[in-house]
Design a protein around this ligand. Structure first.
Ligand SMILES: [Zn+2]
Length: 89
């Protein structure tokens, strides 16, 4: 299983490449956090195996794309710097 040391690695090595040119239309960090969880492992003697820890996913490709669809940015979030609370299209 692929394992990444930081959530930034997940964003840059998994989420952005998957989205390609459409990456700016999505909340890539929200997608990374929703799809990859930090896993830790213990050695046989019960101590933490620091070398084995990292962000991993248990989701299928279909489930990954479901999360992507839930994290599309609104036009307001992508292009607008206004502070009008009604501007959320
Ligand atoms: Zn706006």
């Amino acid at each position: 299983m692929d394992r990444y040391q930081t959530i930034r690695d997940v964003v840059n090595q998994v989420v952005r490449p998957a989205l390609g040119d459409r990456a700016p239309e999505f909340d890539v960090y929200a997608i990374a956090h929703a799809t990859y969880k930090y896993a830790t492992y213990k050695n046989a003697d019960g101590t933490e195996n620091a070398g084995a820890a990292g962000f991993e996913t248990t989701l299928s490709a279909n489930e990954f794309w479901d999360v992507v669809a839930e994290n599309a940015l609104s036009r307001h979030a992508r292009e607008c710097s206004c502070s009008n609370p009604s501007c959320q299209d």
